[in-house]
Design a protein. Structure first.
Length: 75
């Protein structure tokens, strides 16, 4: 979470129902905490997706042959 020195005062028009739902999901006490947690979550998910994509690319480039033992992938 950001420290007080890293914060900036912003004004947004956001859907109150979405904030309440996110507040329950993140078990946050305030709307600010809710938005901070949602942003942290989005950043973390992006990093995970980037790492998975890189791992997938390395796997494909490795030349490993995948056999369809159940016949579900087609030709």
């Amino acid at each position: 979470m950001a420290t007080a020195r890293n914060r900036s005062h912003k004004h947004f028009q956001l859907d109150a129902a979405k904030i309440r739902r996110a507040q329950k999901v993140f078990k946050a006490k305030t709307e600010t905490e809710t938005i901070e947690r949602a942003l942290d979550f989005a950043i973390d998910e992006h990093e995970k997706n980037r790492l998975v994509s890189e791992a997938n690319e390395r796997f494909v480039r490795s030349g490993v042959e995948i056999k369809d033992v159940y016949g579900k992938l087609g030709d």
